[in-house]
Design a protein around this ligand. Structure first.
Ligand code: ADP
Ligand code: MG
Length: 365
C-alpha cells in the first residue's frame, strides 16, 4: 500500500500550452494518505480521468512529479507501479471463463493454486457471480462483464492502490448500491489506498472518507462529506453538493452583517470588509420559514419528496430553495424566511471568506 504524493503536477494534451484553458489538469499539490478511501468527484470533462491515468501511469504528466511512498514514479510504466485500475467500460477476456478472468492477475504473479481458488471464490461471491464462475465471459451482458472487471481489480491484496474510474456506470441502480457496499467492505478489510472517480455526489459521499472535488481541471476542495456540506470552499462545491445545492445571493458585507438590496442579514461571524464580487451562500436546509421577521419570500412551488418538501421561492428577486419539514406551515401570503446564523457562508469571487471571529458557535468538522 502506498502514500501517493503529487508535486506541482499539471497536464495539457497540447504540445505547447499557452493559456489557462489549455491545461486539462491545472497545477495540483496533494498527498493521498496511505490506506484512505477517496472519491474524486466532478462533472464530466473536469479532468478526473486525466488525474487518475497520471497516477496509474497510463499518462505521463506535462509538468511535475508523482511519488509512491517517497519514490519518484513519474516516468515508471504502469506495470511497475503495482496498481489495480478499473475502467468505466468492461475489459474482459471473452474466451476465458469468469473464474479464469478473476484469477488472471493472481496467476500472473505466480500465486499458489489453492490461494487463487479461495480468493477468486470470495471475490466471485462479493460481485454476486458465484453461480456463473465456470461460464465463458463471451455472451454475458455488459453489467456482468463490468462486475468481472471490478472483481479483477479487487482480487489482489498486494497492490499499492486501487483506482476506479466510474466503474458502476453500466450497472443497474440496485446492484450499484450492493457493489459499492462491497468495495467499502474490501477497504475495511484490507485498508488499500482507494481512489474512486465519479460524477455522482451520492456515490462519492457514501463511499469515501474524503472527497476531492474537481471543477474545470482544478481541485477546488478536499474534505470530509460534512466539510463539503457545511463549509464549501468554492461556490461550485456549494452548488454541486446537496440536493438542491446551496443558494447564493449577491450582497455586500461589513463586519457581521450582510446587506442584500437594503435588507440586513446577521451573519453570526465577523468577515471584515471583503472585496470583489460578494455572495452569501446558504443551504436550503438552513433556511427557515417564518412569519414577520426576516426577508420577504414569494413561494413559486412546493415539491413533496417524501421525507421533506422542497419549497421553490424567490427572495429579493433571486431564486431560493428551502427544505421544509412535513408539518411546517407554508403561508401563501406574507411568508418570510430567516437564515440560521453561523450556517451562512460568504464568498468573494467564488472563494469562501474565512471569518475573523465568531459570535455563534460554528459546527466542528
Ligand atoms: P473527466 O474524466 O472528468 O470527464 P477527462 O480527464 O477525461 O475528464 O478530460 C479532461 C479534459 O481533457 C476534457 O476537456 C477532455 O476533452 C480533454 N481530454 C481528455 N482526454 C484527452 C485526449 N486524449 N486528448 C485531448 N484531450 C483530452
Ligand atoms: Mg472520465
Amino acid at each position: 500500500m502506498a502514500q501517493i504524493t503529487l508535486k506541482n503536477l499539471a497536464h495539457s494534451y497540447l504540445p505547447n500550452p499557452s493559456q489557462e484553458d489549455d491545461w486539462a489538469l491545472k497545477e495540483i499539490d496533494h498527498v493521498w494518505r496511505d490506506g484512505e478511501a477517496y472519491a474524486l468527484l466532478g462533472p464530466s470533462g473536469c479532468g478526473k480521468s486525466t488525474l487518475l491515468n497520471i497516477i496509474s501511469g497510463l499518462l505521463i504528466p506535462s509538468q511535475g512529479s508523482i511519488l509512491f511512498n517517497g519514490n519518484d514514479v513519474t516516468e515508471a510504466p504502469t506495470a511497475q507501479r503495482n496498481i489495480a485500475q478499473v475502467f468505466q467500460f468492461p475489459v474482459v477476456y471473452d474466451t476465458m471463463t469468469v473464474r479464469e478472468n478473476l484469477a488472471f492477475p493472481l496467476k500472473n504473479r505466480g500465486l499458489d493454486a489453492g490461494i487463487i481458488k479461495e480468493r477468486v471464490e470470495r471475490i466471485g461471491d462479493m460481485i454476486g457471480m458465484t453461480d456463473q464462475l465456470d461460464r465463458k465471459a463471451r455472451g454475458l451482458a455488459a453489467d456482468a462483464k463490468q462486475k468481472i472487471s471490478l472483481g479483477r481489480g479487487m482480487v489482489r491484496e498486494d497492490v499499492n492502490a486501487l483506482l476506479f474510474d466510474e466503474p458502476l456506470t453500466v450497472i443497474d441502480p440496485h446492484m450499484k448500491w450492493q457493489l459499492r457496499t462491497q468495495l467499502k467492505e474490501l477497504h475495511r478489510q484490507f485498508g488499500h489506498t482507494m481512489i474512486y472517480v465519479t460524477h455522482d455526489q451520492t456515490e462519492a459521499l457514501t463511499f469515501a472518507d474524503r472527497v476531492v472535488v474537481m471543477h474545470d481541471g482544478r481541485v477546488v476542495q478536499i474534505g470530509t462529506p460534512d466539510e463539503l456540506f457545511e463549509r464549501p470552499e468554492h461556490t461550485f462545491v456549494g452548488y454541486f453538493i446537496g440536493s438542491p445545492g446551496m443558494n447564493f445571493l449577491e450582497c455586500s458585507v461589513e463586519g457581521e452583517t450582510a446587506t442584500v438590496d437594503g435588507n440586513r442579514i446577521a451573519l453570526g461571524s465577523d468577515y471584515g470588509r471583503p472585496s470583489g464580487r460578494i455572495q452569501l451562500g446558504v443551504r436550503p436546509e438552513h433556511v427557515k420559514l417564518s412569519k414577520g421577521e426576516g426577508l420577504p419570500a414569494t413561494i413559486d412551488r412546493v415539491e413533496d419528496v417524501g421525507r421533506h418538501r422542497i419549497v421553490r421561492a424567490r427572495v429579493l428577486g433571486a431564486p431560493l430553495n428551502i427544505i421544509a419539514g412535513e408539518g411546517e406551515a407554508i403561508a401563501t401570503d406574507g411568508q418570510t424566511v430567516v437564515f440560521e446564523p453561523g450556517r451562512v457562508n460568504i464568498y468573494s469571487d467564488d472563494w469562501r471568506v474565512e471569518p475573523h471571529g465568531s459570535s455563534v458557535g460554528r459546527r466542528a468538522a
